[in-house]
Design a binder for this molecule. Structure first.
Ligand code: PBG
Length: 314
């Protein structure tokens, strides 16, 4: 009783955002082998999943699309096509569950034949040719009903570009959760399995994302990114991954006034699940301890594959 009375940090279900992998088609529920317990879901399963989560008090979701290879191209045109299943799904979710907070992903990788977050030309990701594509994606997502857009592609100047594109269309109420300090981490592997979105191999394709994602060695650079995003109009600043970067979460929380989000990413989840499955760690203890540590470091909200499991217990 005394221990809980003097507890400094609490994780609440309202602090959590649940990532969902969505795909087109009917009746599909396929587990991602490197993310045990997490599935790619088609529409009817997504609606059911969201309904179940809402009953548990979990109302914030970030949606990631797994796109059929035949719909991918150089410039990610499917990302803003009017028949895009991801956009139509967002509209349906907001119509049936208006009380949810729906967050999008803005990046080219699920739609790009090169598997990069930006536009590739002559072996390079070209920042300024990517921005107009992101702008179109942002407008389409906001019009589809997403409450908050999540630019995860780390192009320079994208927050200002997207904010202006939205405002020019009168979409002033749509917020932006910027992936501010997103590191070129080895922890995204299972996510790329889930979406089949890893960079493709080829002479004219950069082999990794290091020209746009941050160097894991850098902390002060996160402050520069945070300052730029704030000035450009972000509503949230995100640090990603979470556990290896608790110092960065702490730093942004102390230096910035916007809410701080942290993404406990696929590889972090996979490591814990693998250890728990082997009986080497105790799931019921390590799962809440992990979320608590991220919150204690300074995160206001946490994107986590544990969200529903946590909600089930609270
Ligand atoms: C890419 C994107 C990635 C994640 C979210 N958006 C992967 C990447 O940068 O290659 C990773 C999330 C996770 O690992 O859980 N736009």
């Amino acid at each position: 009783m005394i221990r809980s009375m003097v507890r400094e940090t609490q994780v609440n279900v309202q602090d959590l955002i649940f990532p969902l992998f969505v795909l087109d088609g009917k009746g599909i529920k396929s587990e991602i082998h490197s993310l045990p317990g997490i599935f790619r879901l088609s529409k009817e399963y997504i609606m059911k999943e969201i309904e179940e989560c809402i009953k548990l008090g979990l109302k914030s979701f970030v949606l990631f699309p797994a796109v059929d290879e035949s719909l991918k191209d150089k410039t990610a045109t499917y990302s803003y096509h009017k028949d895009n299943f991801y956009l139509k799904l967002a509209t349906k979710i907001k119509k049936e569950f208006p009380d949810t907070c729906l967050i999008s992903d803005i990046a080219m990788d699920p739609y790009s034949i090169d598997g990069h977050d930006g536009y590739v030309e002559k072996g390079k990701v070209i920042n300024d040719l990517t921005l107009p594509i992101l702008g179109k994606m942002a407008i389409a997502q906001a019009q589809a009903g997403f409450d908050i857009l999540g630019p995860s592609e780390m192009m320079d100047g994208r927050i200002g570009f997207i904010r202006k594109a939205l405002d020019d269309e009168g979409l002033t109420e749509t917020g932006i959760m910027s992936y501010t300090a997103k590191y070129a981490s080895a922890l995204y592997g299972p996510f790329r399995d889930a979406l089949d979105s890893a960079p493709k191999v080829g002479d004219d394709i950069p082999k990794d994302k290091k020209t746009y994602q941050m160097d894991p060695a850098n902390k002060r650079e996160a402050l520069i990114e945070a300052e730029l995003d704030t000035l450009e109009g972000a509503d949230y600043l995100m640090v990603k991954p979470a556990l290896h970067y608790l110092d960065v979460i702490h730093l942004l929380k102390s230096e910035c006034n916007l809410p701080i989000a942290a993404y406990h990413v696929s590889g972090e989840y996979a490591m814990l699940m693998a250890a728990c499955k082997n009986g080497w760690l105790e799931y019921e203890r390590i799962m809440p301890e992990t979320l608590l540590a991220i919150k204690r470091a300074g995160a206001d909200v946490i994107l986590t594959y544990f969200a529903k499991e946590f909600a089930l217990r609270h």
